[in-house]
Design a protein around this ligand. Sequence first.
Ligand code: AMP
Ligand code: MG
Length: 405
Amino acid sequence: MQALPVEQARRDILQAVTPIDCPRKVALRTALGGVLAEDILSTIDVPSSDNSAMDGFAVTAVDLPDSGTTALRVIGTSLAGTPFTGPVSPGEAVRIMTGAVIPAGCDAVIMQEQAEYEGERLRIGSGHRTGQNIRRAGEDLSRGQVALAKGHRMQPADLGLLASLGIAEVRIQRPLRVAFFSTGDELRSVGEPLQSGQVYDSNRYTLLGMLSRLGADIIDMGVVPDQPAAIREAFVRAAAAADVVITSGGVSVGEADYVKQELDEVGKISFWKIAMKPGRPLAFGCIGSTAFFGLPGNPVAVMVTFYQFVQPALRSMSGETQVTHPQFRVPCESPLKKRTGRTEFQRGILDRDEQGQWRVRKTGAQGSGVLSSMSSANCFIVLPPESTQVTPGDLVLVEPFYGLV
Ligand code: AMP
Ligand code: MG
């Protein structure tokens, strides 16, 4: 079987999944992490009126001297929340605070540090220009403009932005329901005693963590033994309860038989060999209307395949429109070796050198079962299929975990 390039597998998966369309109205306070189900249009100008960006004095432009100084009379005060209501004529100025409305007739604000003043008397010098230190009405958002687009995942700034529009409720898509279980006769759950040859099931915990970050409703179905009837029963139960079913283990050649055989009975599944390391085998398909991902068993492979394939798919299913991961190039300090023809996701530590330049080095052992290589990393070093090796100083592509959500 020809190995499938990573990009193609991701494209095929993204094309096959369908976004849910199940909007519900929630209070703005609880919308963080939710995916907007509608465009949010600004109902007002933000800011609603021209206001001062500084503490100082509002003046008319005709009074700004080209050279020398001008004396003006201070006729009142404009505070944030308590505007000065009268008109201002040439020769006059208004004491003004940051955020206060610019009085009618004024078209510049002189910073208080640049003025001499005592009581009603104000003296200003040259070098000022019309419009300075004024924040214009609508400069943040103007009425009718799309403030946030449908498919945007709500960030902290967005809560503030919608609050600045006076919006108290938003329509977001409901969370995805994701069921997962691990397969393997050797697996024990945390809390159970471990016999020789057995391992604790860690994949359900990394999956729990990665899915929690996406705000999914999680159904943890535990460990399922390598038995056809048990596996089939788990698939049917999971598919009935969830939008997505994720399993780990049992998809490598030779071992895949039960999973494959049972999945063929209950759904439509393809088994892929992907040109990548770690994480070569991957099963993808559906059980009825439920999407299915069969991840490999090795703990690092689970995380890599989740981030590269499952996470973008889940984000797309959640209604999110922008699902690509940020990547950039930095010099690599470690020598790296790899085989051509496959994409490798090595685990890296991104930091800055003494000059403040970003750089990356690999974490220790890179085996696909070495979960500590993920724990001590803060990024993937993504090595493309054509590359064979990296010598220290070469630029490499990194994908920060921070940007993976
Ligand atoms: P498999 O893909 O089932 O052949 O598993 C590959 C390797 O990953 C084996 O060493 C398994 O013991 C290990 N493994 C499988 N599932 C898990 C799991 N849930 N937690 C930790 N290790 C696992
Ligand atoms: Mg197994």
